[in-house]
Design a protein around this ligand. Structure first.
Ligand code: CP
Ligand code: NVA
Length: 308
């Protein structure tokens, strides 16, 4: 069973194969702006369940459109409307869904829910974000980097802000794709040590640098994300904003990166908080390419999961 649960749970060879497939899928649609169908209708007759226990724009739309373009059908389910929200176990839900659908994508809170679903499902399960990781996003991000700048291997990636779930998947990717990472943010919002140690164990340099200017020096890629994630308590808002303000990605900070550095944000963004509009809409930014590439990367992930 090929689940896509995390970047560090998928081999570098498979990750490379998925990205090559994503590039091929994207190229095959080039110039085909209108009309939904891909030439390759590999998901014809397939049903994909998309389960959301948290809000989503990109993940929801890109998976739904991706499945349909490949000839499949989707059902979008919210956790609270399912029995999942009313006491049925994850294991039973997994066994039941496996009798109906060919693939399950889930966005949830606790990572344990994703792993239990994968353990008991007889169909592949894809992680559409948990409190701890967001692998589909980072596949799109690596695809985007390589599309603009060539191989990411050996490059310097700087994460500025909250060491959250998206940062964790970047650290997974650092180990698998072989790039160096610098985290800059306040000590209370460091990424979990296990993510840092796992990447270091794979031979890449991971540095924690409290000074954002020193961190960004000569960066090839600067990345940030919202200061408050969906699973974070809003009561911490003011404290987090005060702690994170020095790590805002603005034009002043970007000046310290390489002149051709890229800027990424998974979106949704809070403009003028974690990043300024001048950066988001400026020459370094590839934020909308990242969003587009969710579609292509996830099609490749689904095909890999299903062996199609
Ligand atoms: N980047 C991302 O996953 O966006 P959504 O929350 O809109 O799906
Ligand atoms: N870190 C954010 C990412 C949203 C796509 C969150 O978990 O809310």
């Amino acid at each position: 069973m090929r689940h896509f649960l995390d970047i560090n749970a998928t081999s570098p060879d498979d990750l490379t194969q998925i990205l090559a497939e994503a590039d091929r899928i994207k190229a095959a649609r080039a110039g085909q702006k209108r009309g939904m169908a891909d030439a390759e209708q590999v998901l014809a007759g397939h049903m994909v369940a998309l389960i959301f226990e948290k809000p989503s724009t990109r993940t929801r739309v890109s998976f739904d459109v991706g499945v349909r373009q490949m000839g499949g059908q989707t059902m979008v389910l919210s956790g609270s409307e399912m029995q999942l929200g009313h006491g049925e176990t994850i294991a039973d839900t997994a066994r039941v869904l496996s009798r109906y659908v060919d693939l399950i994508m889930i966005r949830t809170f606790e990572e344990g829910v994703l792993h239990e679903l994968a353990e008991y499902a007889d169909v592949p399960v894809i992680n559409g974000l948990t409190n701890r990781s967001h692998p589909c996003q980072i596949m799109a991000d690596i695809m985007t980097y390589q599309e603009h700048r060539g191989s990411i291997q050996g490059k310097k990636v700087v994460w500025s802000g909250d060491g959250n779930n998206v940062c964790a998947s970047f650290l997974h990717a650092a180990g698998q794709f072989g790039f160096d990472m610098v985290f800059t943010g306040p000590p209370t919002l460091d990424p979990e040590a296990v993510f840092v140690e796992d990447a270091r164990a794979k031979g890449v340099n991971v540095t924690i640098e409290r000074d954002p200017v020193a961190a960004v020096k000569d960066a090839d890629l600067v990345v940030t994300d919202t200061w408050i994630s969906m699973h974070d308590s809003q009561s911490a808002r003011e404290r987090r904003h005060n702690q994170l303000r020095p790590y805002q990605v603005n034009e002043g900070l970007m000046k310290h990166a390489k002149p051709d550095a890229l800027f990424m944000h998974c979106l949704p963004a809070h403009r003028e908080e974690e990043a300024t509009s001048a950066v988001m809409d400026g020459p370094h930014s590839v934020i909308f390419d990242e969003a587009e590439n969710r579609l292509h990367a996830q099609k490749a992930i689904m095909r890999w999961c299903l062996g199609l």
